[in-house]
Design a binder for this molecule. Structure first.
Ligand SMILES: Nc1nc2c(c(=O)[nH]1)N[C@H]1C(S)=C(S)[C@@H](COP(=O)(O)OP(=O)(O)OC[C@H]3O[C@@H](n4cnc5c(N)ncnc54)[C@H](O)[C@@H]3O)O[C@H]1N2
Ligand code: MOO
Length: 406
């Protein structure tokens, strides 16, 4: 490739927003598996899950105390307690017993309320005296009671299709009696590291070699969202790359490749993607990661990450994981963002988005200055600060948007 061709390649840089919207080009893989309720964390529900019964199934006491007819406690006080006959005990695993006016029943937290009783006096506000209980405090109608169906009603949607199930959701599903739930199958991702200089950790390092950091970075980074299939390190050879691509396209739902995305003599990735599918965008108005390459074949996303590990980390977090969430059925696929106040000024070049590592100190956002070739600073960062394309400087005290690491 000549100098002019190389220059022309990057004349048309796309707005970074287009990279953030890359996930919109794909649809979820409509394929599922059934998982036990113990294995659901971080998986995406394949269906609307409806409750088969109401919870609680009956009116239940929220406290340890005495179930009563609430109106019979009106006027009770420390000096003039109301006296109610102790009719028995209703434990959590007992079937409801009866209660009559002028009486009360000892209940535990979670017990069904006996008969038509409509409130529970806490044990702290009562005292057993022989066959009677002295009530020292009045309660209102249904005080200290969780009413039947108050938590959720029979037939209501517990989890929507496309929701990423968290550990709290798994408790809800278990309480509702679900042993198994259908979830989207995780997309299978082919991960390829490229470069003649890239070596696996088993080999001896030398000045002309670089250990493969991007392989483990991508494999670990996507585990929550995908099945990661590491295809290994491929030399800068079009033939070798094409072979891996062909296999990956037949067996995987997505391809993530790092290195060789720029405009050098041996940067073949664009050409290889073109041979098998289509290029959507190559080159973005963003720092770092300008040569980011986004392509696809039908519903198979292909991302060519620039070789330096820092842009891989950033764009895996912002673009790669979003695409995997989309394929995996997640309705909420954009990166998590937040806002904060800058504690130090940060500088940029107008016309491009700058993505700067940052951390929080005394509730202020502090930028960590780094070059694309740094790896170490990223591990100290807590998030990524976004400097929009129309800003040259953002001053201390101004609000900035931050993207959270996944
Ligand atoms: N003439 C130009 N040169 C470059 C441009 C440009 O616009 N014009 N863009 C620069 C930018 S920005 C970036 S980013 C890099 C990206 O280049 P490539 O995607 O082609 O990546 P490589 O050249 O293959 O590698 C860059 C760098 O990263 C190291 N690397 C690669 N893979 C790994 C890995 N798996 N683990 C660890 N380190 C890796 C590689 O050894 C290189 O040092 O292009 C600029 N050049
Ligand atoms: O875009 Mo590159 O990642 O700055 O060196």
């Amino acid at each position: 490739m000549g100098v002019i061709e190389s220059m022309i390649k990057f004349l048309k840089l796309s707005s970074f927003q287009k990279a953030l919207n890359f996930c919109d080009l794909f649809s979820p893989i409509e394929d599922c598996e059934e998982l036990n309720v113990f294995e659901l964390n971080n998986r995406v529900s394949f269906e609307d899950v409806f409750s088969k019964f109401s919870l609680p199934l009956s009116n239940r006491s929220s406290v340890d105390g005495f179930a009563v007819f609430s109106e019979e406690t009106f006027g009770a006080s420390e000096n003039t307690p109301v006296l109610l006959k102790l009719l028995g005990e209703q434990r959590v695993n007992d079937s409801p017993i009866d209660i009559e006016k002028g009486g009360c029943v000892r209940v535990a937290t979670g017990s069904s309320l006996p008969g038509n009783s409509d409130g529970v006096v806490m044990i702290e506000h009562a005292k057993v005296s022989g066959d009677f209980v002295e009530i020292y405090k009045p309660i209102s109608y249904f005080e200290n009671v969780l009413k039947k169906g108050e938590d959720f009603m029979e037939g209501s949607v517990l989890i929507n299709k496309g929701k990423r199930i968290n550990f709290r959701d798994s408790a809800l599903l278990a309480a509702a009696g679900f042993e198994k739930v259908k979830v989207y199958r995780k997309p299978r991702v082919a991960i390829i590291s490229t470069g003649d200089e890239i070596i696996p950790y088993k080999e001896e390092i030398s000045i002309s070699k670089v250990y493969d950091a991007n392989g483990p970075l991508i494999v670990n980074g996507i585990k929550n969202y995908a099945e990661a299939l590491f295809f290994g390190i491929v030399k800068d050879s079009k033939k070798d790359l094409e072979e891996k691509f062909e296999y990956a396209l037949e067996n995987c739902d997505c391809i993530f490749i790092s290195g060789g995305s720029s405009v050098g003599e041996r940067d073949y990735i664009e050409e290889v993607i073109k041979n098998f599918g289509e290029i959507i965008h190559h080159g973005f108005l963003v720092k770092p990661g300008k040569p980011l390459l986004l392509g696809k074949k039908n519903n198979i996303p292909i991302i060519g990450f620039p070789g330096h590990p820092l842009p891989v980390m950033i764009h895996l977090n912002l673009v790669g994981i979003s695409v995997l969430k989309k394929l995996g059925g997640d309705k909420n696929c954009y990166p998590k963002s937040d806002k904060g106040i800058l504690g130090e000024p940060v500088f940029s070049v107008p016309g491009r988005v700058d993505l700067v590592m940052g951390y929080r100190k005394n509730n202020f956002i502090i930028p960590l200055l780094s070059k694309s070739d740094y790896i170490s600073l990223a591990t100290k960062s807590e998030f990524i600060i976004k400097i929009p394309e129309d800003r040259e400087i953002i001053l201390e005290g101004e609000e900035v948007e931050i993207y959270l690491w996944d």
